[in-house]
Ligand binder design. Structure first.
Ligand code: ZN
Length: 486
């Protein structure tokens, strides 16, 4: 039975340690912090206002990036005729297991797919919109929900049957422009994840086995989570001319001849929120980086009968002074200050300001950092300046700490025994190894390690001549990051 909320409610806090059982810890943090909730439909999620505010911050920031690059937002339908899917064979095959179908009596009885991604429906329109080189480039993004029906082992934000994302779909005259665009977006994703969510990312190409169905190649950003698993947080695909040919997209060039354009598509999703929760959360609950927190500051007054009015007046002037950080004042009288501290810690508010009658006498307040628990006594006239400084340093420190963790998790191995132990369940390592790049070899690796996959190719380092693949011993083509993944 649900207990009444009270000052000593044992169920309210997180009852399992992150280091002991991360899966259970994650579930508790998500629901108890009220960032999201389970849905009555299995595998779907309810994003609560605290979580949706994070998504809105991400959207605001990324919309600026889109605008700078001349990309416009649009919206395409949720339902896609089955015949569209059949047009690009590899794409259709790759997505077949995940598509939810709707039987449809209209339109000649053709089934409709609930979009798992929108290439096919958008490119049908593109084939009618693009006529000449003057129509290029086409630069369009949509913010939407997508459905991946056959997803098993659902986890809120990390893996669900329905999630929110953005998908950009650009079209260019030349392959050169297109490839530059592919890498531009994956690097923008890295910047966004690091600067906003303070989650460091590795950038690289996917192997042939892991690339997007229908792409020439796929680039990815991968985060490495504290439980030792890699989390793919965004991808940008070079689609070449495959979709353009399947969907009859062509344009009259400056040379008065018909040409096939080059396309890319790129997306990140609400999974980023999951990465942020896992990376920064602790045994008290959520830790929100200030840049995505709905409220950066909570003010908790220490209330006594005689001094209540004075203290509350001072808190209200703090509220005004700190307006730019969307502060909340928790002046509820039915809860103790200690109970409130725990609740706001659970919700991850980056900075707490405590103010009591003794503080007021000394013209000071106490700032408490959510990430470290450090207490900082400040003079009231300095509150505005100091609060901003502390929030900035929380944002920076979260990223530094996460970067240090990622750097320390990477191990380089060149022989199979070392690879097997480094990829072991308890090792929790992101393993760099020389690899031949062949799909069959990757299948064997996954099989023998019970689940380890190639996460990204390390592009900024050339392979030594004579280096051997970690598994099959053939010539190695590149260094690859291997790990278990969500
Ligand atoms: Zn090999």
């Amino acid at each position: 039975m649900a207990k009444q909320q009270s000052g000593n409610d044992d169920d309210k806090g997180i009852t399992v340690k992150k280091e002991d059982d991360m899966a259970e810890w994650y579930g508790q943090v998500v629901t108890k912090s009220e960032i999201a909730d389970y849905s009555p439909v299995r595998g779907c999620m309810i994003i609560r206002p605290l979580g949706y505010a994070v998504w809105e911050k991400i959207q605001q920031e990324f919309n600026k990036v889109l605008k700078n690059k001349g990309v416009k937002n649009a919206y395409f339908p949720l339902f896609i005729p089955e015949s569209f899917f059949r047009k690009e064979a590899e794409h259709a095959e790759g997505f077949a297991p995940e598509v939810a179908w709707i039987e449809n009596k209209d339109e000649g009885g053709e089934r409709l797919a609930v979009r798992p991604t929108s290439e096919t429906i958008m490119y049908d329109s593109y084939s009618r919109w693009i006529r000449s080189w003057r129509d290029l480039p086409v630069l369009i993004n949509q913010w939407a929900n997508v459905c991946r029906w056959e997803t098993s082992d659902c986890k809120i934000f990390l893996r669900s049957r329905e999630f929110l994302w953005q998908e950009g779909h650009n079209v260019f005259e030349t392959e050169d422009e297109c490839e530059k665009d592919v890498w531009n977006w994956i690097n923008e994703y890295k910047k966004l994840a690091e600067s906003l969510l303070a989650v460091p990312m590795i950038v690289g190409k996917k192997t042939e086995k892991e690339k997007f169905a229908g792409a020439v190649y796929t680039t990815t950003i991968e985060g490495f989570m504290p439980d030792g698993k890699s989390l793919q947080c965004g991808t940008s695909h070079h689609l070449g001319q495959g979709f353009a040919k399947s969907f009859s997209i062509s344009f009259l060039g400056k040379d008065e001849k018909m040409h096939t354009p080059w396309q890319d598509s790129w997306g990140f999703s609400t999974r980023l929120i999951g990465a942020m929760i896992m990376m920064h959360g602790d045994n008290k609950g959520l830790v929100l980086p200030p840049k995505v927190a709905q409220n950066r500051i909570v003010i908790v007054p220490i209330l006594f009968k005689d001094t209540k009015k004075k203290v509350l007046d001072a808190c209200h002037s703090l509220l005004k002074e700190l307006k730019e950080h969307d502060p909340v004042l928790d002046d509820r009288e039915e809860y103790s200050a200690g109970w409130k501290f725990s609740e706001w810690e659970l919700k991850g508010v980056p900075l707490r300001i405590e103010l009591g009658p003794k503080d007021l006498e000394k013209k000071q307040a106490v700032l408490v950092r959510r990430d470290t628990g450090d207490k900082i006594v400040i003079k009231l006239p300095d509150v505005r300046k100091r609060a901003k400084e502390v929030l900035d340093s929380i944002q920076e420190d979260l990223l530094h700490k996460a970067k240090r963790f990622m750097d320390e998790s990477i191990v380089r191995v060149t022989d199979w025994d070392a690879f097997m132990s480094a990829t072991g369940l308890s090792a929790k390592k992101l393993v760099l190894a020389p690899f031949c790049g062949e799909e069959e070899c990757e299948d064997w690796i996954k099989d023998k390690t019970k689940g380890v996959t190639a996460r990204a190719i390390k592009d900024d380092e050339k392979m030594d001549k004579g280096a051997r693949c970690i598994h099959c011993g053939k010539d190695a083509r590149f260094w690859v990051y291997f790990a278990r993944a969500y």
